[in-house]
Design a protein around this ligand. Structure first.
Ligand SMILES: Nc1ncnc2c1ncn2[C@@H]1O[C@H](COP(=O)(O)OP(=O)(O)OP(=O)(O)O)[C@@H](O)[C@H]1O
Ligand SMILES: [Mg+2]
Length: 161
């Protein structure tokens, strides 16, 4: 199941993230793809809010840190693999422990580790249309991914009756 969406502002992208974050359960995994400045971190900020991370916790992609944990309703593990130099480095940062941990994972530039994509979760691709517009596609992987897309669809377009 795939949802195709348009965002017209950073706030709209964060609101979408907020909805996704509210659906997350321990063990969930989200891969984000899109060029520099597409809005992956912006979406992650909303996901963090929705996962119950305090608004005072800064959600950024710092230059030399590949992984950060934000405590929330469930812990959110935020990874940015842009600077990942080798697949082995994934083991060094404890990726396998994170994926099987009690929190949910959000992975920017996940396409660098296609080999390590789980069989359940969401893949969200962001494309720059123009300065403020982003085309966002949300696809589910496996049963849990389908449930998440279904849950998001219900939040975006509540069925009447
Ligand atoms: N509709 C939109 N959604 C998200 N961001 C937007 C939108 N319109 C403009 N922007 C701007 O685009 C930029 C997105 O930056 P962000 O850091 O989220 O991108 P990124 O995909 O994480 O990039 P990087 O690969 O460098 O980490 C921000 O400056 C934001 O204000
Ligand atoms: Mg980023």
């Amino acid at each position: 199941m795939i949802l195709e969406l348009i965002s017209n502002s950073p706030e709209e992208t964060q609101q979408l993230g907020h909805k996704i974050g509210g659906l997350l359960k321990p063990g969930d995994w989200i891969g984000l793809t899109g060029e520099l400045g597409a809005g992956k971190t912006c979406l992650t900020q909303g996901i963090a809010q929705g996962a119950g991370v305090a608004a005072s916790v800064p959600v950024t992609s710092p230059t030399f840190i590949i992984h950060q944990t934000y405590p929330g309703r469930i812990d959110l593990y935020h990874l940015d693999l842009y600077r990942l130099s080798s697949f082995e480095e994934l083991h060094e940062i404890g990726y396998l422990e994170l994926v099987t941990g009690d929190g949910a994972c959000v992975v920017e530039w996940f396409e660098k580790i296609k080999e390590a994509v789980p069989d359940q979760g969401l893949v969200i691709s962001l494309e720059i249309v123009d300065e403020k517009e982003r085309s966002i596609s949300v696809s589910g992987i496996g049963k849990r991914g389908g449930d998440l897309v279904g849950g998001l669809k219900e939040l975006l377009y509540p069925s009447t009756g």
